[in-house]
Design a binder for this molecule. Structure first.
Ligand SMILES: C[S@@+](CC[C@H](N)C(=O)[O-])C[C@H]1O[C@@H](n2cnc3c(N)ncnc32)[C@H](O)[C@@H]1O
Length: 193
C-alpha cells in the first residue's frame, strides 16, 4: 500500500493507511471485514496491504435495517441478487489462499472467526442497535494493540454507538475529515478482556 497515496485514496482508505503506517513495514495482518457486499473494499486492502489472513463476513441475504444503502436500490427484493453477489465474491477471491469467506450473520461469525485479530473493519448494519452490537461482539476478538475501525461514522446510529462505546471505555477515537471512517486502538485496559 502506498504510504501517502492520492487524496481520494487517503479519504476512503484512511484507517487502512493509518494502521499500515503504524505497524512495521513487513507486518502481516490478521483481520476481519464485517459487511463485505461485493468485496470491493476487501479486495483493495487485500491487494494493498500485507495480509496474513482475512475473514470476510457477510450474510449475503435480506436484512431489515439498512434502508440507506443496499435497500435503496431495491436489490434485496430480488431473490437471486444475494445468491449472485455471494457467488461473485467467491469468484473474486478464488485465488486468494489468505481469505476465508464467512457467509453468516455477524453474531454467528464471531464464534467462527479466531481471536487475536489485528483489526476488524465494521461496515454492516448501521442502525444504532446493530452498530453497538457489532462493536461489542467484535471488540473482544481484537488483540491488545489492535484496531477496531469502520465506515459510515456520519450515520446517526453508527455515530452514537461508536461515541458511546469509546467514551465508556476511555479510548481515543479517530475519524476522517469527511466523517465517514472511524477507528480506535484497543489499548491495555486492566479488567477488560
Ligand atoms: C455497506 S455494505 C458493505 C460494503 C463493503 N464493506 C464495501 O465497502 O465494499 C453492507 C453489507 O453488510 C451486510 N450485512 C448487514 N447486516 C449484516 C449482519 N447483521 N451480519 C452480516 N452481514 C450483514 C449486507 O449483506 C451488505 O452486504
Amino acid at each position: 500500500m502506498p504510504r501517502d497515496g492520492s487524496a481520494t485514496f487517503r479519504e476512503l482508505r484512511l484507517p487502512f493507511v493509518e494502521i499500515n503506517k503504524a505497524y512495521p513495514e513487513n507486518y502481516s495482518f490478521r483481520c476481519v471485514e464485517v459487511g463485505v457486499f461485493k468485496g470491493l473494499n476487501a479486495k483493495k486492502f487485500l491487494d494493498e496491504m500485507n495480509i496474513e489472513h482475512a475473514w470476510l463476513v457477510d450474510c449475503w441475504g435480506h436484512f431489515e435495517n439498512e434502508p440507506q444503502t443496499v435497500s435503496n436500490h431495491n436489490i434485496d427484493k430480488d431473490p437471486d441478487f444475494w445468491k449472485r453477489t455471494y457467488e461473485e465474491v467467491q469468484a473474486l477471491f478464488q485465488t486468494y489462499s489468505n481469505v476465508t469467506i464467512v457467509k453468516a450473520w455477524s453474531e454467528e461469525a464471531v464464534d467462527i472467526v479466531p481471536n487475536d485479530l489485528d483489526f476488524v473493519y465494521l461496515d454492516a448494519d448501521h442502525t444504532y442497535d446493530a452498530s453497538l452490537k457489532d462493536i461489542e461482539l467484535w471488540f473482544p476478538k481484537i488483540k491488545t494493540g489492535g484496531w477496531l475501525m469502520g465506515d459510515d461514522y456520519m450515520w446517526e446510529g453508527t455515530h452514537r454507538a461508536v461515541n458511546e462505546f469509546v467514551e465508556k471505555h476511555n479510548y481515543i477515537l479517530h475519524s476522517g475529515s469527511k466523517n465517514t471512517q472511524w477507528w480506535f486502538i484497543k489499548n491495555y485496559n486492566p479488567g477488560e478482556k
